[in-house]
Design a protein around this ligand. Sequence first.
Ligand code: IMP
Length: 178
Amino acid sequence: MKIKLENLKVLFSEDQIQTRIKELATELNKFYKGEEVYAICVLKGAVLFAIDLVKSLDMPLKMEFIKLSSYAGGTTTTGKVNAVDISLPDLNGKNVLIIEDIVDTGLTAKFLLEFIKINFKTKSTKFCSLLDKKITRKVEVEPDYYGFEIDNKFVVGYGLDYEGYFRNLRYIGYAETK
Ligand code: IMP
């Protein structure tokens, strides 16, 4: 089924998203207590979330961007994570905060956490996802921080796309795909 804007139902409004982001930022500001952080935004989906989140973080912070993909453009994952661009600075001894849009099967999160672990001896590595679809998990991995838990719905908006569209919506919506 093709997802159309007029068929979308609001799952989380702009207000709900922004309120939850402020709460997450409060937790992160408390955890890092002014320590320097490397915030790694996973493109493309996490870009809106990462940008709003870092605006409320008050520690010294550097932003990095990496590009991964596991969806072939539709509503199901290919089951394989492609590292499109994963060039990162030296993260040895650094506090690393990975910022993702959604943890679904968990393959992307696991891949990234293992990639960081194999390549660097970080001071800390934390994973923060706006959404957590715990019910569809295929590998054991949990985000350290997440905004909202959702059930098995394909969601779009606020960075999340369907065939490249809807990333620009200020809210998160869903459409039944069956
Ligand atoms: P995972 O590797 O299966 O956990 O999936 C992670 C990636 O799949 C996310 O970063 C998203 O880009 C994409 N994804 C998973 N679920 C959805 C969804 O409901 N809508 C849009 N993209 C999704």
